[in-house]
Design a protein around this ligand. Sequence first.
Ligand code: GCO
Length: 464
Amino acid sequence: MLFTRNDFGEDFKWGVSTAAYQIEGGHNADGKGPSIWDSFTGKKKKIFNNDNGNIACDYYKHYAEDIALIYKLNIPNHRFSISWSRILPNGIGAVNHKGIDFYNRVIDFCLELGIEPWITLYHWDLPEALQQKGGWVNREVIHWFSYFVDCCIKYFGDRVKYWMVLNEPMVFTGAGYFLGVHAPGKKGLSSFLAAAHHAAICQAEGGRIIKSLRGECKVGTTFSYSHIEPYRYNNEKDVKAAAKVDALINRMFIEPLLGLGYPTADLKILDRIERFMHPNDEKKLAFEMDFIGLQNYTREFVSYAPLMPFVKAKIIKASKRNVEHTLMDWEVYPPSIYNALKRLHNYKEIKEIIITENGAAFNDSFEEYRVEDFKRVRFLQDYIAQVLLAKREGVKVNGYFVWTLMDNFEWAEGYYPKFGLVSVDFKTQKRTVKNSGSWYSCFLKNALAASKECRNEESEKIIL
Ligand code: GCO
């Protein structure tokens, strides 16, 4: 399939996404307080190679160079997040004006270059001072988060038109409060359900606050969303296991936000979230967002696994299925974004879908002054082609942001997986635009792109 940017229409938003802890560094600069990721990465054996984000891409110092690079790459929209403890070192109370000044400089420079800033309020870096009080498990977090949102809108809402409340609540509550593999490293069903319920309330509360203070802003929130299939279609137990995993990783936060409540019919264990619900919470969980941020990378196959607690299901990794996959062991399967879009489109309550993350980590080969990342170029072209297929079928998708601008700190995997359109030499902080960055730049200047149309009857299967 051949296509150009024009095929998506004039008002389609093209962009690139980043996140504060993954790129900024300056972990204790100018009055910034510690976040849970500063604490978590300080513990041994939590992060591959014991890496941390103390310096990362040093965006705190190099922000102007990096925003100029976004401009040079013809990218009109830049999604980034606010480090909560950089502007509120203790999470609540006194504001750190040097932190406010930093984000003012970032926002103003974007606007000066004609780049639209899209801000994610929470991209996983809770202030450590709040974790000391229980963090997301403490229902007080609703008050703390509301205070943070209010502060961001007060200082930045006059110039920033696009806001996302949370980044992937399923991941930060699941990995951080159930599995313990992300900050703050808590484990267990009870801490997960408490954190999840409070995060679900905060995603709606954040929307209410933004709209009440700056009604003209566009507000959304983002979700990780994978195309889920049963490992054996003809095996009833696998089909049921896939439906449970789909309810957990795809529906658990979207459906309460849409006023549909938690998907307890398909995931009985969610009945236990009742313990953390107060009167009127069902209502507090819902809010009509202007857009939903879809973050899709791959497809997952699920099989019945009787020994797995709570869901009795397990994901069959791509490397075990002998399919093309990325360094994250995520299958390269472009129709996954088509399927995710079609499924989200089926929720009539969703007004608009923006793909706020899509990208891939490969072992980029670094030649002298250039990075030949052809696999990433093909990945982007093939996934973007699937977005076009969905759009042509009437799906309400109106934006696509690449994850990510530059190689950065990939959470528990440290700096090993490289997702960037731009490579970073972390010894010298030198940036080198990869083939994929050059391709995206040309595409955004309306060059032709090509993709093998990889839709087949498989991709028609949508697990409802
Ligand atoms: C996420 C986060 C990003 C990741 C990206 C690649 O979805 O996990 O939003 O911070 O770096 O998705 O894993």
